[in-house]
Design a protein. Structure first.
Length: 364
């Protein structure tokens, strides 16, 4: 495998509704400054350098968001920005990218990443990606990155590994494992049991495989989807492509890569990782990752606090004054204000669901 055949596929089509009111359809979290110096997509692309340069990075996103990515990452070639007309979950996104890559490079190795993760140790992250590419090439299998858990987390899916060493003996001490099973997001008692067992990892949603291998898995486990994405890819670059893409996507049933392929495939491996990771999936998680002051507050923008502690307060304009508060999250925006108790921010999704039911699209 040549290093020039390693490509990154960045899945960037989500909205990040649990980070409402900052994250909206028109300004999703991957285009926002949430953690670090740059926006989340800028940080995601930067941490791949120099291992995967911009000309080998493909970004798959919603058609409505494509201009935002073009503006924020001008180093990515125009042809590497792939627009989906509608979100159809991760399997169609990955399948479409695989067919496009295979046309460019029959030996293409895919590193599939979400656009909105936080990673602390970039050097270790790249080292694990290189090892994962080696395993995917040697075993002609599917590799996922599993994060060593440090707490009983209910917001992540889990991967259980097996002690079998079939074919991975020389890499076993490097943390390569055969996958036994995938587990959905657990309740707290189950998460505590997973942590105690020692053979469960967090499912990071990052995958490594050859493009031709993953398409064979699609053909076996998702034959209808495989047929549809092949129909699309046959017109890629032609004048008929936009029309075929939209018509075909309307017929595609949304399905995740985990449910559609990973849980059914046989040649699946997980690489144990500990490079400091988060999916930054809620305001509580953002607070956990943030640097606090002496009162354990994280304050951003024009904020004044009196006898307030253990809180996350963010203003994007007007002054926020907080007095006598503890364990709260306050997120202000020009047209909406979120106030919630710390530990309850997963329920922000219910607010977004309410706005959808009421068709208050201006706040979505």
């Amino acid at each position: 495998m040549s290093h020039n055949s390693i490509y990154a596929i960045i899945m960037a089509g989500g909205v990040g509704s649990r980070l409402w009111p900052r994250s909206r359809a028109a300004s999703p979290k991957q285009l926002l400054h949430i953690m670090g110096e740059g926006t989340m997509i800028q940080n995601t692309v930067a941490r791949l350098q120099p291992m995967i340069p911009p000309d080998r990075v493909l970004i798959v996103t919603n058609a409505s968001q494509i201009d935002g990515f073009r503006d924020q990452i001008p180093s990515i070639p125009q042809e590497n920005l792939v627009a989906e007309p509608f979100g159809r979950n991760t399997a169609p996104c990955i399948g479409l990218a695989a067919t496009i890559l295979l046309e460019r490079d029959p030996d293409a190795m895919m590193v599939v990443l979400p656009a909105d993760h936080w990673i602390e140790n970039v050097h270790e992250f790249q080292n694990r990606l290189k090892l994962a590419c080696t395993i995917a090439e040697e075993r002609k299998g599917l590799v996922t990155l599993g994060i060593t858990p440090n707490r009983p987390e209910t917001g992540y899916g889990y991967i259980q590994w097996s002690e079998k060493k079939d074919g991975i003996e020389k890499h076993y001490d490097e943390g390569v494992r055969v996958v036994r099973t995938f587990a959905e997001k657990p309740d707290l008692p189950t998460a505590e049991r997973f942590l105690r067992s020692g053979d469960f990892l967090w499912n990071s949603g990052m995958f490594i495989w050859r493009a031709d291998i993953i398409l064979k898995e699609f053909e076996e486990h998702l034959p209808d989807l495989h047929e549809q994405i092949c129909k699309i890819s046959n017109t890629y670059g032609d004048d008929s492509y936009p029309n075929i893409l939209e018509k075909t996507y309307r017929r595609i049933t949304p399905i995740s890569i985990d449910y559609g392929v990973m849980e059914k495939a046989k040649n699946v491996y997980v690489l144990q990782c500990d490079f400091g990771w988060s999916d930054v999936g809620s305001w509580d998680e953002t607070y956990r990752l943030s640097r606090k002051d002496n009162e354990m507050n994280f304050l951003l923008g024009d904020v004044v606090t009196i006898e307030t502690n253990n809180s996350f307060i963010r203003s994007d304009g007007r002054l926020i004054a907080a007095i006598g508060l503890e364990d709260v999250i306050i997120i202000d925006s020009p047209d909406a204000l979120l106030v919630c108790k710390r530990g309850e921010s997963q329920q922000v999704q219910k607010v977004v669901d309410y706005l959808r039911r009421k068709k208050i699209t201006s706040l979505l």
